[in-house]
Every structure is written in C-alpha cells, then in structure tokens.
Design a protein around this ligand. Structure first.
Ligand code: UT7
Length: 306
C-alpha cells in the first residue's frame, strides 16, 4: 500500500508521510491472511536458508502483539504447521520491542543449555488493530514477518565469538497511555484499536534507545566505531537518524527499511536483517547492533556477531 493510496481514506499526503516518517509504502495482509500465515512463511524461509528442518528445532519463540487468537499462542499453531511434535513453542509480547525480547529469551535458553536450536520469529498484522479513520496512526504501520535460527556453539568468551554477545531489556509501565490498544479480553472483551500520542513517544524514544545501547557498549567494551551494521527497529527514519547521530554511528552503517515496510512492530528487525542479508550487506563475522522501543514502554538492545 503506497502513501498515495491513503488519499481519499484520511486527510494526508505522500509529502507529509515521507517528510515526517520516511515511510513510502507498507504491506497489508490480504483478506483472511493471518499472523500465523506470515510467521509460517518467514519460518520456512529461515529454516531453508539455515539448512534446518523442524526436527532440528527445540523451541519456537514468536514475538507478536497481533496473535491469531487470545489463546492458544500463535507460536503453537506455527509449531503444528511445521510438523513439529516435540519441544515447545510460546509467544512473547513486548510490542515493537518484541523481537529484541524474544531473541534475548532465546539467548538465555541457549546459554543455560535448555535448548540447542531455536526458531525466533517476529510476526504482525497491525493492519487489523488500526483505526483507519485516524490519520495520526493508520499511515505508520504495516504487516509482515521475519525469522532467525539461533544455534548453540562453543566460543572462547570474547567479543570475537559469533552469536549474541550481550542483551539489555527495559520496561516502564508508567508510559502506558502514550501507546496502547483500547481493548482486550479482560477489560472490554473486544480486540480494540491502537492509540498513540506520537509526539510523546518520539520525545522518549531517542533517550531510551541510546541508554540501552550504551549498556551494550559498557558490557562488551565495544563502541560505535566497532560496528559493521546498526539494525534498529523501524518506526520512523527521524528517530533512527537522531539515535545514530547521538551515538556517532556512521549513516552508511545504518540499515533502513522503514521506507518499504512502514512500522511492522516485532517484525521490523528480522525483516531488516533479511533485506540486509539477502543484498549481501550482512556477512559472517560482522558486528551487528539491534535496538527497539515500543508500547509499554518497552525497550532493549542486542549486540551480536552475525
Ligand atoms: O514503534 C514505536 C512506536 N511508534 C513510534 O515510534 C512513533 C513515534 N512518533 C512519531 O514517529 C511521530 O511523532 C509521528 C510520525 C507520529 C508524528 O510526527 P510529528 O512530527 O511528531 O507530528 P505531530 O504529531 O506534531 O503532528 C504535526 C501536524 C499536526 O497538525 P497541527 O496540530 O500542527 O495542525 C497533526 O495533526 O501533523 C498533523 N498530522 C498529519 N498531517 C497529515 C498528523 N498525522 C498526519 C497525517 N497527515 N497522517
């Protein structure tokens, strides 16, 4: 769906959307297409790319705020569709930070030896929870899914090891009113629509993002100059640019996909990883910094070697 397709739907323009957000288009799931459908496609693509089958997986962690149903978890449906009868599957819910929370959870399972190979998915159909009469939100979000496989391997314990090096998660429920969905099973018995005070979210975003990135640098002794790629949550190009500038990350190291995907919440980072991996930017051994911030508020960073 291109920006121009909003003309006649709400009072907006391609110029406003591009200037304020960097978004040029977003994808909308077709009628009847669900989060599990998108998640399954991403999962199969990741498994093919990694050369693993369902029997090789111990665990599936699916980050989403737009599950197929209140329960069971969408991850369990994906597990079934992949033909996986063993192991376990569960969803995580941290809105736009969902993939960072899911990858951090996977890292803990790997480090403790509870799992050896984990499928981590970010999948969303935000088009289903948008108020399509509200121009301040409906132009910002899109649908999509991305997935990675995380596998245990022995390292030497230095930052030269491949895999997840450090993770830092934060949340603060005091900010609930700034970004939330106005429905739920226990309150309204409805699904509800996304509501956001965009300016307020924007005001907090850069500070929160840079704080958890500085935590990652402090934990590893690495810094912006060491990075090969910065793959941030894709909400708004202005937030990404301001965060990169504050941290001294060179613009050519920043992977931007918000222009083609819009904000796909928990799917945005794995989608950006997929784009940068497919076009050859991400290479084995590259140092990659992920960060996200979203509803809750939740925010977090993961520093990894690809
Ligand atoms: O994933 C994490 C969660 N989300 C985010 O990170 C989003 C964070 N926030 C943002 O990205 C930005 O705040 C927005 C893109 C949502 C808005 O940009 P802004 O520069 O903060 O604009 P604003 O809210 O101050 O609005 C400026 C004007 C307003 O009109 P007035 O009051 O100045 O007359 C809005 O009503 O733009 C108006 N406006 C629009 N105009 C055309 C708001 N939405 C639209 C629109 N088209 N779609």
């Amino acid at each position: 769906m291109k920006n121009a397709d909003f003309e006649g739907v709400v009072d907006t323009s391609d110029e406003w959307i591009v200037q304020r957000t960097g978004i040029r288009q977003r994808h909308i799931a077709s009628e009847g297409e669900t989060t599990a459908d998108l998640a399954e496609k991403a999962a199969r693509a990741a498994m093919k790319d990694a050369g693993v089958t369902a029997s090789d997986l111990d665990l599936i962690i699916l980050a989403t705020s737009t599950p197929n149903y209140t329960f069971p978890a969408t991850a369990v449906e994906v597990q079934h569709r992949l033909g996986m009868k063993h192991g376990a599957a569960f969803d995580t819910q941290a809105v736009c930070s969902g993939f960072v929370f899911a990858l951090t959870t996977a890292d803990q399972f790997i480090r403790t030896g509870q799992a050896r190979r984990i499928l981590v998915i970010g999948a969303e159909t935000f088009s289903r929870i948008l108020d399509w009469t509200d121009r301040t939100t409906c132009v910002l979000f899109g649908d999509g899914a991305g997935a990675v496989i995380v596998e245990a391997s022995e390292g030497v314990g230095s930052s030269d090891d491949r895999g997840v090096l450090t993770c830092h998660l934060r949340s603060d429920g005091a900010h609930r009113e700034k970004l939330y969905v106005d429905g739920g099973p226990s309150t309204t018995q409805t699904v509800g629509c996304l509501r956001m005070e965009g300016k307020e979210v924007f005001r907090h975003a850069v500070g929160m993002i840079t704080d958890v990135i500085e935590d990652a640098y402090a934990a590893t002794g690495l810094g912006s100059d060491d990075l090969d790629w910065f793959v941030p949550h894709q909400a708004n190009k202005r937030i990404i640019d301001a965060s990169a500038k504050k941290l001294g990350i060179a613009p050519e190291k920043v992977v931007i996909t918000v222009d083609i995907h819009g904000n796909t919440s928990a799917a945005s980072i794995p989608l950006a990883l997929a784009v940068a991996s497919k076009d050859g930017r991400l290479k084995p051994g590259d140092l990659v910094l992920l960060e996200a911030m979203g509803g809750g508020f939740t925010w977090g960073s993961v520093l990894l070697r690809w």
